[in-house]
Design a protein around this ligand. Structure first.
Ligand code: TGC
Ligand code: FAD
Length: 388
């Protein structure tokens, strides 16, 4: 049984319900993800068959009300699920992040009751796969500049433009797409697979998140029915609110990747002998391990507090940025140090470290780059935006 570090007994802060869900997701990851994930990453394929299983274990929409197929749980539940999934692989956590925070959240928060009832239960069960289109070829960190647009054509909207780097787009049944209306205001539209003029080609040759499928969204005069617009939000704050939920989940998730690297490095250092001693007996390796555990513990406490703030609807976007930035950088540093502890073995697919390390290069970039989150904190502290 996987046994992650818990130096400050953070487990005691969880309720029995949190632990029950956490343990069932942990067991599922050990059984279904760990045995196949290296091959999936090496072969650059997303194990799509896991999607339905993720629905069954409650990985999609845990905080969405039960009426719509969710579990009606709190933000800590969402967080512990993300930690467990990312211990398996960031690709698996990504699939859950997108489905919950970037597809179910906007439909639940900004959608009509008809849209909620039509899409949410099937998204929760994994019968429908969703994706989220914000980034464009020329507008990544600056999504407000987007060129994708739609016109009101009386009985439908006509959508034109393209999105890039979209998790799950080639296999998605629906896409929540952010585009500008004729007044240049950003709005969200639900675009369904099969709509004429809509294609989603795959982006190949990634060295990171190789077990996740990524692609484009291309809209060439796509007729979108009027009932597919998200009626209850307009402006860039719509997609940015979705990102708050996803960034929060990533801040929990990264801890799972970090713990898996730390556990692997600790175990290896106790077993591997050089100069007739376990390498764990050398001060240089102990320093790495001690610092890793310190950083994991700090990240756990940071995200625990943020989760409590989110449960009370008190967390600010800037607080979320701080946690996403800190915890992902923490995980990436731990992956790099762990890889060194394993020496040559650190680059082998027999261990999970190199895969986590490469994945985390995407995680530190998507959902707002490391730099952008620093600038968000800088803006929050000084009141001066340094983005442009
Ligand atoms: P700015 O003028 O500052 O803001 C526009 C409006 O939005 C409001 N706002 C927010 N509201 C809620 N939550 C937030 N986090 C918000 N940030 C800003 C703001 O108050 C304003 O509201 P209003 O009422 O005045 O209109 O916007 P800006 O264009 O100057 O940009 C600010 C900036 C740079 C922080 C923002 O654009 C940003 O966060 N950029 C990063 C883009 C990003 O994160 N993209 C992620 C794409 S999705 C993805 O990566 C999925 S990966 C999936 C996976 O596989 O896990
Ligand atoms: P750019 O914005 O071009 O940034 C390049 C560099 O410039 C970065 O280092 C950045 O920090 C820096 N920079 C930019 N602006 C500033 C500034 N003002 N000040 C200082 N430095 C700055 N997007 C979606 O919409 N949906 C998805 O599902 C999705 N999934 C993704 C999956 C993967 C695997 C990846 C890699 C990306 C995904 N993205 C997705 C896109 C992701 O959100 C963007 O890559 C990210 O927001 C950064 O945009 P960019 O790549 O265009 O980089």
């Amino acid at each position: 049984m996987y046994n992650p570090p818990d130096y400050y007994l953070v487990d005691e802060l969880l309720t029995d319900e949190h632990r029950l869900i956490r343990d069932s997701v942990r067991e599922w990851v050990s059984r279904e993800v760990v045995p196949i994930i290296d091959a999936a990453a090496q072969n650059h394929t997303f194990p799509e068959y896991l999607f339905k299983q993720m629905g069954e274990i409650g990985a999609f929409g845990p905080y969405i009300p039960e009426k719509y197929g969710g579990a009606g749980m709190d933000q800590i539940t969402y967080g512990v699920i993300m930690t467990e999934l990312e211990r398996g692989d960031s690709a698996i956590r990504s699939a859950a992040s997108v489905q919950t925070s970037l597809v179910m959240y906007p439909i639940y928060t900004f959608g009509s009751e008809e849209q909620r009832l039509k899409y949410l239960p099937k998204l929760a069960s994994g019968d429908l796969i969703g994706c989220f289109g914000l980034t464009e070829p020329n507008y990544g960190s600056d999504p407000g500049g987007m060129l994708t647009k739609f016109e009101d054509r009386g009985d439908h909207y006509l959508l034109n433009g393209s999105k890039m780097w979209i998790t799950n787009s080639p296999i998605a049944d629906i896409a929540v797409v952010w585009a500008k209306n004729e007044d240049g205001i950003v709005q969200g539209l639900i675009v369904e697979k099969g709509m004429q003029g809509f294609t989603a080609p795959e982006t190949k040759n990634k060295w990171s998140l190789r077990a996740s499928i990524t692609g484009e969204l291309v809209f060439d005069n796509v007729k979108v029915p009027k009932e597919n617009i998200l009626p209850n939000v307009s402006g860039l704050k719509g997609p940015l609110k979705c990102l708050n939920s996803a960034r929060y989940g990533i801040a929990w998730g990264a801890i799972g990747a970090a713990m898996d690297c730390y556990n692997t490095a600790l175990q290896y250092s106790l077993e591997r002998k050089q100069f007739k001693k376990p390498i764990a007996s050398f001060q240089l390796q102990q320093k790495k391990l001690a610092e890793m555990l310190t950083e994991i513990t700090k990240a756990q406490l940071l995200i625990w507090r943020l989760g409590m703030l989110r449960n009370n609807d008190q967390a600010t976007p800037a607080q979320i940025s701080m946690a996403k930035r800190n915890n992902v950088e923490m995980a990436l540093k731990i992956a790099r140090d762990s890889r060194q502890i394993l020496g040559a073995m650190g680059i082998s697919g027999d261990y999970p470290i190199m895969r986590h390390m490469m994945n985390l290069e995407s995680v530190i970039t998507y959902e707002g780059t490391h730099d952008i989150h620093l600038l968000i904190t800088g803006f929050d502290i000084t009141g001066i935006a340094a983005f442009e």
